[in-house]
Design a protein around this ligand. Sequence first.
Ligand code: BJ8
Length: 381
Amino acid sequence: MEPLINDQYTNNPNERILNSVIWKRNIGLPVVGIYCAYAPAELVRAAGAIPVCLCAFSRRTIDAAETVLPGNLCPLIKSSFGFIKTDTCPFYALSQAIIGETTCDGKKKMFEFIQHIKPTHIMDLPQKPDEPETLSTWTIMVHKLKAFLEQTFQKEITDANIEYEIHQTNKKNRLMNDFFKYMAHFPPLVNWSEMYDVFSLEYVSDGDELDQELQSLAAKLDMRRDKGHHIGGDFSPRVLVSGCPIGGDVNKVFKVIEEAGGVIVAMEACSGMKRYSVTIDEGTGDPVSSLARAYLKIPCSCMTPNTRRLEMLDALIERFKPQVVVDVILQACHSYNIESYKLEQHVREKHRLPVLKVETDFTESDRAMIRTRVQAIFENL
Ligand code: BJ8
């Protein structure tokens, strides 16, 4: 089957993004490194800067990180820190400012080790999203980020610019969500790796360009469908992958599911569909408050209670019709690990679907074991 995106970066979304960021940096646009879905990228863009996700998914940098950080820490945090310690994250090197948030304990303590290197702003993220005072506290934090960006880049961020960026985000999210229909198809017409390629387009194409790109990809996928080409077959187990963010060395979980004969039809994590799940109110006259309201709804396990995550899962299960949920937990990620029990109860009781919890790290040592467990759950479907 012909690759969906046929360029030198096929299956290498990070290189595609890097190439675009270097180009934009060379024409004078500042770059802001971000670590988390809670960073309001619209404010960064409204400041005339480019938001980029920093490297965090390689085991290569973990040894260096463990000279400072404890071994029994989430590999994503160790990898992020290791990239900075070894000066090997090109996105960090290109960034003039960094945004972090007080999400999990490991991340917020790790930031203490890097915040002296570049102008770094840590947003104080409240963790009880439904309390009456939470929204006003978080709105203050979004205002503080705006002030940080204005001071760092010596540029006023106007309401009109924020409104424009909110509109662009809503448009992008609508387009992406529409595009997900190719994963929902029976059997799916696009695989997880191609979807990661598609996600990377949001960094390289602006507004209308993205619309055009997605339209041309949709035409290719319609052709795939008409020719009877698809991912897997009619009886391939349909899998929804949930949990911690997945990328780089953790992509092994996607690969193992495919090797066992399954097809990935939905990806719940922030590295997948979660980041396109938010709609930001437009035209309220107070775009900073609109951003705060929308971002507070992101269903991350650092929130308590995190009922919106179960609601999001309901919607994903309804739309993508998986036969099994694989919940991926990065080692020592306590919040996703603990929440996994609730998720399993919910999915089993409400949707009558089996759940496989996979606790893993960035090494290859558990690959065979994961494959055996995935095969076993597929055999019982
Ligand atoms: S909004 S999921 S990107 S915090 S896996 S470092 S939580 S110990 S990455 Fe995340 Fe933002 Fe939430 Fe999304 Fe900590 Fe867990 Fe590691 Fe994690």
